[in-house]
Design a protein around this ligand. Sequence first.
Ligand code: ZN
Length: 102
Amino acid sequence: MSQRDRIMRDAQRTAVEAREAAKRGRDAQKRERAKRSFSTPDHRHCSVCWAPIPLDEDPPVCSDSECGETRRKRESSRKRLTVMLYLFPAIAILLVFLQVIT
Ligand SMILES: [Zn+2]
């Protein structure tokens, strides 16, 4: 390989590296800008209508009374489901147990 070829190859490699470095820099800048334009104070969302509410709001619903009502209903049906989840297998096991001992 002649010296001229080597110089050409090295120059091309340097150009490619420079281009990649520039691209990386641009991407980082773009990401940074996107992050800044979307930065909002920390918050959470109403579990019913997803309206932004303060982070320490508990229960996590907005001031709308309908949302509070919906959340209460959901919560109670979830609790009922959890109880059934344990109760039905327990009854099944009890029935099997009774059959075995009688
Ligand atoms: Zn809501």
